[in-house]
Design a protein around this ligand. Structure first.
Ligand SMILES: [Zn+2]
Ligand SMILES: [Zn+2]
Length: 106
């Protein structure tokens, strides 16, 4: 995708993509910095802040926008998985939400 930025995680040194979609979201939220960590490390840092043990993250593709994201479970393939951005907007527009949110167990 044009506008995608390729970064390296400061925690695990793994390369990851900071997509145009995510950047737009960051800008809307008023963030000016690029993320320092890959989605897996970011998710596990959030878990740590909540007092949860880190888990293995699985990379998936968002069923809505096609962006790469991570989920703390093995995706089954039978149900759509959304990135946190799409999950949030779906939840806002539907009032209910999809059954498999990317951040459900965080
Ligand atoms: Zn990482
Ligand atoms: Zn998405």
């Amino acid at each position: 995708m044009p506008g995608d930025v390729h970064l390296v995680c400061r925690d695990c040194q793994k390369p990851f993509t900071f997509s145009q979609v995510e950047r737009d979201y960051y800008v809307r939220r008023g963030f000016t910095n690029q993320p320092l960590r890959c989605p897996s490390c970011r998710a596990n840092r959030r878990r740590k802040q909540l007092g949860l043990a880190p888990v293995e993250m699985h990379e998936v593709t968002c069923a809505s926008c096609g962006a790469a994201t991570v989920v703390p479970f093995v995706p089954r393939g039978s149900r759509p998985v959304y990135c946190s951005l799409c999950y949030e907007s779906l939840r806002q527009s539907q009032g209910g939400g999809p059954s498999v949110p990317a951040q459900a167990t965080l």
